[in-house]
Design a protein around this ligand. Structure first.
Ligand code: FEO
Length: 403
């Protein structure tokens, strides 16, 4: 693809990785991704903002063949999907200077062994003139690493935000169709940003002090309607837990599934929304998205070898790492003789501020008394959820509202 000039002298370059299906050996990418770099042509200097994953270096290199040599390379974030082609760029352009903050410098030295003589270090709020265009560096730590920063292009009112506001969504459209990108952006928030929700909100407030016309993230399409993604971020990072039960489960011989089915129906009858995930075919991004607004987490698992099924432990570990704002949790499932299923799962979610509700464990296939206990659990969840926000179909609202 040729460089795409979406504002005079501002080009979207980089690579669309249509077929990538896993990121960080962890995150499913059902819609692929992109590694966006941007090229700004000033009257005196030219700048490249970010690079691409090294596997796509040739794509970036061919695009740079069509543009004047950059004077500066701004590194917003050192994760290698954005910084990884820096060594090749420094080889290709001997006069190229790397512009980044001090934290990023240390990380680039560690991860990519960049020559220390090639850096220009900037502080929060520093500016860099390209002649008729001015870049201002806005530090936005912990979206999602400590060194992350954005660049504000004053004259064109563009915020280059790197991972912040990004989406794993491969498209050859320059600008986002919010109906198409919303789910991918939410998954991306849930997987990458949710553990840092407090910092996310602070940084949303910080960058929105600027009169943003366009947001150029380094994954997914460009936003020419920035209000849409900004308001979505405020909702995801700052909204209250809602009347939703997130119910990841695994079953071995069907007893736990009987309990999961019964509880799903009992909660539905009480007006509580249930989002179920069969852990044997889990897409971790869908589970993460559900955790953004869930009020309660119910883990469904048999007891195996004295503890929870390993897939249930994976779900608990994932929830613990992502730090959702759910308020309540419990465990349901079947056991054969004995074990420490509940204690193990509760211990694995120790970072979360959860009130543990009474678990329901059935010996073998559930009996009438177990179903009575599940009704009692559904009553308890419905009662607790009276204090939560109603389920907000924000996804539909955002996608059907023009800002
Ligand atoms: Fe897209 Fe944190 O890298």
């Amino acid at each position: 693809m040729k460089p795409r000039e979406f504002v005079p002298n501002v080009h979207l370059i980089g690579a669309v990785d249509w077929d990538r299906r896993l990121f960080d050996a962890l995150i499913p990418l059902p819609d692929g991704t992109s590694y966006n770099a941007y090229y700004v042509h000033g009257s005196e200097k030219n700048v490249l903002l970010d690079t691409v994953d090294p596997v796509q270096w040739r794509t970036l290199s061919l695009q740079l063949d069509q543009l004047p040599a950059p004077d500066y390379l701004v590194i917003h974030h050192v994760e290698q999907d954005h910084s990884g082609s820096t060594p090749m760029l420094l080889d290709r352009f001997p006069d190229l200077t790397v512009v980044c903050n001090e934290k990023a410098r240390g990380m680039l030295l560690d991860h990519l062994h960049i020559d220390d003589a090639r850096f220009h270090i900037v502080a929060d709020g520093d500016e860099l003139s390209l002649g008729d265009k001015t870049l201002k560096f806005v530090f936005t730590p912990w979206v999602h690493w400590p060194e992350t920063m954005c660049t504000w292009l004053e004259e064109d009112r563009i915020l280059f935000s790197c991972d912040f506001f990004g989406s794993h969504y491969a498209t050859n459209d320059v600008f986002a169709d919010k109906h198409k990108v919303y789910d991918g952006a939410k998954r991306y928030y849930a997987e990458i940003m949710m553990p840092f929700g407090v910092q996310v909100l602070k940084n949303v407030d910080k960058v929105t002090q600027y009169p943003i016309a366009i947001i150029g993230p380094s994954h997914g399409p460009v936003y020419d309607d920035p209000g849409f993604i900004i308001e979505a971020y405020r909702d995801w990072a700052g909204g209250e837990p809602q009347n939703i039960v997130c119910l990841p489960y695994v079953t071995m011989h069907g007893s736990t599934r009987l309990m999961v089915d019964y509880l799903t129906a009992a909660l539905t009858d009480r007006g509580v929304a249930v989002e179920r995930f069969d852990l044997t075919t889990l897409d971790a991004g869908e589970l993460a998205s559900s955790l953004v607004h869930a009020g309660t987490i119910v883990l469904g698992t048999p007891t195996v070898l004295g503890g929870p099924h390993p897939l249930a432990m994976y779900a608990a570990a994932l929830a613990n790492a992502l730090r959702p704002r759910a308020r309540f949790a419990t465990v349901i499932g079947s056991y054969g003789w004995a074990g420490k299923t509940v204690e193990t799962l509760a211990g694995m979610m120790g970072k979360l501020k959860l009130e543990l509700l009474e678990p329901v464990l059935a010996k073998g296939m559930p009996r009438e008394a177990d179903y009575v206990a599940l009704d009692a659990l559904a009553d308890a969840i419905a009662e607790k959820h009276k204090d939560l926000a109603p389920r907000n179909f924000a996804d539909l609202t955002v996608c059907n509202t023009d800002h």
